[in-house]
Design a protein around this ligand. Structure first.
Ligand SMILES: [Zn+2]
Length: 428
């Protein structure tokens, strides 16, 4: 399926899309209303017709909380997950038995593309629970025939012990947690390079190419980027192959569009914009043109691996996380990209927003590396100046930088918290 001719793929997409449009129009009042309001019929003659259909946004799912967007009766739902919302209502997603079957296949594809086979031992350190990461990875690894360890997130020393004792060959977790597991192993006197671990399947948060190099260096593995979100499926929407150059979108199950965030019109391959997905085969809660808020682009051209599915470049940021600093759009991942290139600082940082009088104040807190003495004022000041200058040069806006002691920024066992907003707590 992953290497079928584009013309065949497009025929499959069109047939599945029209089937989907009929299902949501008949089964989901929100879609019937949206289509009627936009004066469009639930049918397209060719794939370009998709661009005329209304978008779905997170608020649609929130206001249908919990089950209002489901396209099948509850008796057909066998699993419920929800998004990891920190503010307001989360969105709830439901899966039919068929959805779980397809999800397992897509995650099996993901592990296979990372080089896994039935001989592998997979440690799933994504959180199990309402979050889709743990169970999504779990079912995929089992579907491929891997020995699957459902350790879930947390208890990092135990993660290291299990890596070593159980002979784990593939680790699945967030990239920031992979790095923490590597650092913890070293602290425990265990060199990850001596373990059987050979690959990692990392996703659920934006990360950079430099962070990949860091993880691969510490753990001695191949680090593969994967992509998904609960509103669209969970993990399994797109994944890198061994070329490590863009995430192949599973286009037999999802149509991807990149739209201009201002005009909301699709842009050609190669141009950056907001990532939009339509789920072709989902039954429980299909979505039409779901705006992910993730920012990326399609990498033009075919991959050398032979797959014909187009490649999504790694996510550079989210429209939600985007900070506007003196008129310049800044994504935290851009800051990370800068930090990893500077010797003497660790890739652990937080962007702290506060109030100074009536003005917003932005400061990046950056940990110095273990080799830098915190007592050498001159060295620190030099390092701080360099970090500030490189951030200013890369982001085209200057941001205050504060160096903090090693290990002083709280480590995350799930998604790293990169932005701390203290503005509601009054002025400094
Ligand atoms: Zn490829």
């Amino acid at each position: 399926m992953e290497s079928m001719e584009r013309s065949v793929l497009e025929a499959v997409q069109l047939e599945r899309l029209n089937d989907l449009l009929t299902r949501v129009y008949e089964g989901v009042p929100t879609y019937r209303r949206k289509f009627d309001d936009a004066d469009v019929v639930p049918h397209v003659d060719d794939l370009s017709g998709l661009a005329d259909l209304p978008f779905t946004v997170k608020d649609d799912l929130r206001s249908a909380y919990p089950y209002g967007m489901f396209a099948v009766p509850m008796r057909d739902i066998v699993r419920v997950h929800s998004s990891s919302g920190t503010t307001g209502q989360v969105s709830v997603v439901g899966y039919t038995a068929g959805d779980l079957d397809r999800w397992s296949d897509l995650m099996a594809r993901t592990f296979a593309a990372a080089g896994a086979t039935a001989h592998d031992i997979v440690q799933v350190a994504y959180g199990y629970g309402l979050f889709t990461g743990g169970l999504g990875a779990h079912y995929g690894a089992e579907r491929l025939g891997c020995a699957t360890i459902p350790i879930s997130g947390g208890n990092t020393k135990r993660q290291v012990q299990v890596l070593k004792d159980f002979g784990t060959t593939i680790l699945a977790c967030t990239p920031s947690y992979a790095l923490l597991i590597g650092e913890t192993a070293l602290e425990m006197g265990i060199d990850p390079h001596t373990l059987p671990l050979r690959a990692g399947v990392f996703g659920a948060e934006p990360w950079s190419e430099n962070m990949r190099a860091q993880i691969e260096g510490v753990l001695g593995i191949t680090a593969i980027d994967i992509y998904g979100l609960s509103e669209v499926l969970g993990p399994g929407v797109a994944a890198e192959c061994h070329m490590q150059h863009g995430l192949h979108v599973n286009e037999d199950h999802f149509i991807i569009e990149i739209v201009d965030p201002a005009t909301l019109r699709p842009v050609p391959d190669g141009e950056t914009g907001e990532v939009v997905f339509t789920t072709l085969t989902k039954e429980g809660i299909p979505v039409i043109r779901y705006r992910t808020r993730d920012i990326s682009r399609i990498i033009p051209g075919l991959c050398e691996c032979g797959r014909t599915f187009r490649r999504l470049e790694r996510i550079t940021g989210r429209t939600d996380d985007m900070l506007i600093i003196r008129g310049v759009n800044v994504y935290p991942s851009q800051i990370e990209q800068v930090l990893i290139g500077i010797p003497g600082v660790a890739p652990h940082y937080q962007v702290v927003l506060s109030k100074r009088g009536s003005m917003d104040h932005v400061e990046v807190h950056v940990e110095v590396g273990p080799d830098v003495s915190f007592d050498e004022i001159k060295t620190l000041e030099h390092l701080r100046g360099r970090v500030a200058a490189e951030i200013a040069s890369a982001l085209a806006v200057s941001i205050a930088v504060k160096l903090v002691e090693p290990k002083s920024i709280q480590r995350s066992e799930g998604k790293a918290k990169r932005v701390v907003d203290l503005r509601a707590q009054g002025s400094e």
